[in-house]
Design a protein around this ligand. Structure first.
Ligand code: APR
Length: 266
């Protein structure tokens, strides 16, 4: 064995050990909360927010596209950007990480997925209890929420429109039902996610850098208030690695199915 291959074998062994530790923690969980971020969708081919600003969109700053002020200044530009994102998302499918999390429901009594992703891939994979903290790109609502928040409106065609469609109730513009910079998260969603974290026994964190609030605080709440065990899956260091009981430094798509297999073997 060369020194390099020896090092790789050791780290593969170390990952195996950690996968088994994670499986043991999860097997005994009765109140699991899963916190998801863009890393898991990236494996399906959904570009992250900044990655998406390529090609036609390379000249734009996200803050020029994802705020109410930006939408008011140029509704068609913002609409078209989200239409292009939605087209990408419609064309991709869930990956083995999403599938593994849906499979977890057959093994545990509580699996609640709190996601910062707006792509709906967990629901497509079959997860039944998903809290979409930042909204859903396939939904549209009235900009004024004229019939209460959110006033959802069915939009059949979203791309190549000559103008931004209007709310059938009040005539205001329609917009994607997602949380823009400077906006509050849906009150019920963040309240439920926080309450779940205050009672969680395990929090599984997957594919998030942990820098965007308030989602970034949820695992810290779970650790502080409920002494929850924290499992973090990310191929690179993130804000949670320091406090994680188990840090699985690897991509979610190859790691989560192994965790499920290890749980089944226990
Ligand atoms: N498996 C797991 N994690 C991965 C993978 C992978 N295959 N690939 C990348 N990652 C990790 C990255 O290392 C990074 O830590 O996913 C994380 C993605 O971080 P961000 O791009 O900051 O995404 P997220 O944490 O979801 O951002 C939160 O910020 O951009 C806004 O509103 C947007 O919902 C988003 C929020």
């Amino acid at each position: 064995m060369t020194p390099d291959s020896a090092r790789m074998a050791t780290s593969a062994e170390a990952l195996d050990t950690k996968i088994n530790e994670a499986a043991r923690l999860l097997r005994n969980s009765q109140r699991l909360v899963v916190l998801m971020g863009a890393g898991v969708s990236k494996e399906s081919g959904v570009p992250t927010f900044r990655d998406a600003l390529t090609g036609l969109w390379a000249a734009f700053d996200p803050t020029q596209l994802a705020t109410v002020a930006a939408f008011r200044a140029n509704p068609k530009l913002v609409w078209d950007w989200y239409a292009s994102r939605r087209t990408i998302i419609e064309a991709v499918t869930f990956n083995p990480a999403h599938q593994a999390l849906a499979d977890l429901e057959t093994l545990l009594s509580q699996v609640v997925i709190v996601t910062q992703n707006i792509d709906g891939l967990h629901q497509r994979a079959g997860s039944r209890d998903v809290i979409p903290l930042h909204g859903a790109i396939h939904q549209y609502k009235c900009l004024a929420d004229c019939r209460g928040a959110p006033t959802l409106v069915n939009v059949v065609v979203w791309n190549d429109l000559p103008a931004v469609p209007r709310c059938p109730h009040c005539g205001e513009f329609l917009r994607p039902n997602i949380v823009w910079f400077g906006e509050y998260l849906p009150a019920e969603s963040i309240a439920r996610a926080t309450a779940l974290c205050h009672a969680a026994d395990v929090v599984l964190i997957v594919g998030t850098s942990g820098v965007v609030e308030p989602a970034a605080s949820l695992p810290w709440h779970a650790k502080h208030y409920a002494n929850a065990a924290i499992i973090d899956v990310n191929p690179t260091d993130d804000e949670f690695a320091v406090m994680a009981d188990v840090f699985l430094e690897a991509p979610a798509g190859s790691t989560l199915p192994r965790v499920i297999a290890a749980m089944r073997a226990l």
